[in-house]
Design a protein around this ligand. Sequence first.
Ligand SMILES: [Zn+2]
Length: 266
Amino acid sequence: MDFLKSARVLEALLVSTPIERSVIEDLIIANRILADQQVLDAYGDISIRHPRNPERFLMSRVLPASLVTEDDIVEYDLAANVFGARPGFDHCTERFLHSEIYRMRPDVNAVVHSHSSAVIPFANTNIALRPMLHLTAFLSPDVPVFEIREVAKGKTNLLVANGKLGQSVAETLGDNAVALLRGHGAVIVASSLSLAAFRAIYTDINARMQMHAMATGEPITFLNLDEAMEANKLLDNIHKRAWHLWKWRLQHQNVTNDSAVAHSGS
Ligand SMILES: [Zn+2]
């Protein structure tokens, strides 16, 4: 057992999968976009499945999204074991949330976990978050809510800090694009990094719009299933326009001097 543990530690120090620099750059840009759009702040993270090894994923060590650089990106396997990280790195406590979603959802290539305040009213009540407009059609058919009290024994700090809790979040998410975590935040998934970022940003927009609509006290007309299905077909492509805008804004507002943002292509 000790030998196996030692071997795994050694492997973790030495073995990481080669990767194109553009993938790392895009992951840094996604971090900066989500920070700039105020979906991630001091907390929350975004990961991407490794393009060359579907059993691995990449995300930052523990850092606010706006501060992430190339040197902070770390590789994990689907048990959330680390590979090739620098000694002394602190790893995201909630990386299990990412690992278990990648394990359960082979169609998912990017995961966002936010502590967004905009979604909490829908995570802590019985009011469902539902699609208000065509750009949030991915919220259909459902936005389930993860209740940690139903799966964790005893008191919790609400963090998804082990594989069992991560698996429960993945099961709650099911085949949906978004799940909320009661008293905590949200997870948003997609087939690509840019689409995951788009969905995370528009999940917040939808939450705020729905709150405004509810405040009127009038009945709300949401997208129905057919409308959402048709609108969703468009989003796979048209979301890229938003990605390019957000990226352009980063580069031209000098949000960062980091070369990964300043020098990357489109
Ligand atoms: Zn969290």
